[in-house]
Design a binder for this molecule. Structure first.
Ligand code: IPE
Ligand code: IPE
Ligand code: MG
Ligand code: MG
Ligand code: MG
Length: 296
């Protein structure tokens, strides 16, 4: 797939997701909903919903993603909540996100905390309400979302990151597989469960392997961008990691060496993908390659 076709598809999917999210978050009903909407509609890349929808489409051959759309929206709510909390003064203490002031800078810390909490719980309601798939699919998706978000997933990774003593790049990658890889893993699993409620454990394993390697590569690129990019194109501050004395991939490598690691991880991720999706993987392959040199 050509880069331009991929970009158009990203745009097309994000419009679909944007419209669906608008249905879930009505305008101007309470201060809490305003705070939730502020961050949800601040202009995220919608990468995880894209992966949900395209994984579903790849397996099913169905061009209409309606079975997977509620799952995609739920995951984007978790993603947005994770960013609201990540930016809080007690975490990374950042002022900009998605090109706008961070949630706590606009609504105050307590409201930002609650907006995150409310997005987290709302995500599970949306999953539970997906009437386009079987109850068994809903159960599989619920468990995946809980596991990938929680102590053995994103939150667990954030906790290890916070306490940060890593004596090796391998330990850092393990933490990245949790804090960032887990939600990407969730994206492929949700797409797969929208397609089938009788998943193959072999396919699940390959999908997980694809997503975790991609997620670690994605986080290393995030580390690189925090050093080499600028806040205008990123929509969030650069130098945040240095400010917080974070150990990142750049503790171990130069930006150029880190890029090499990203390529190695991406190569490993593509091997798993081809094993489970074969020729149907073209969109996800194009996405993975595109992410290696992403600018935002
Ligand atoms: C930011 O994720 C957090 C990381 C895991 C690096 P994204 O870069 O996907 O952020 P949004 O959702 O597009 O704002
Ligand atoms: C962690 O990484 C992101 C989450 C799991 C929420 P960062 O703290 O590096 O993410 P950014 O750079 O603020 O987006
Ligand atoms: Mg952080
Ligand atoms: Mg941060
Ligand atoms: Mg970062």
């Amino acid at each position: 797939m050509k880069t331009n076709d991929l970009k158009n598809l990203i745009l097309e999917n994000s419009t679909i997701v944007e419209n669906a999210l608008k249905q879930y978050l009505p305008e101007k009903t309470s201060q809490l909903i305003d705070a939730m909407s502020y961050s949800v509609f601040a202009g995220g890349k919608r990468l995880r919903p894209f992966i949900v929808l395209e994984t579903y489409k790849a397996f099913s051959g169905d061009v209409n993603p309606k079975r997977a759309l509620p799952f995609a929206c739920a995951l984007e709510m978790i993603q947005t909540y994770s960013l609201i909390h990540d930016d809080l003064p007690c975490m990374d203490n950042d002022d900009y996100r998605r090109g706008k002031l961070t949630n706590h800078r606009v609504f105050g810390e307590a409201n930002a905390l609650l907006a995150g909490d409310a997005l987290l719980t709302y995500a599970f309601e949306i999953i539970a309400d997906n009437s386009f798939v079987s109850d068994k699919s809903v159960r599989l998706a619920t468990k995946a979302l809980a596991q990938c978000s929680g102590v053995l997933g994103m939150v667990g990774g954030q906790a290890i990151d916070l306490n940060g003593n890593f004596n090796s790049f391998d330990a850092l990658k393990e933490m990245y597989a949790l804090k960032t890889g887990a939600l990407i893993k969730c994206a492929v699993l949700l797409g797969y469960y929208a397609y089938t409620d009788s998943p193959s454990s072999i396919v699940e394993k390959e999908l997980e392997c694809f997503a975790l390697n991609l997620g670690v590569a994605f986080q290393i690129r995030d580390d690189v961008l925090d050093v080499i990019s600028n806040s205008t194109s990123l929509g969030k501050p650069v130098g945040s990691d240095e400010k917080n004395g974070k150990i990142t991939a750049l503790t171990y490598f130069s930006p150029e060496q880190a890029q090499k690691e990203i390529e190695i991880l991406t190569k490993a991720s593509l091997d798993s993908l081809e094993r489970c999706l074969d020729t149907k993987a073209s969109v996800l392959i194009a996405l993975s390659k595109y992410l290696i040199e992403r600018e935002k």
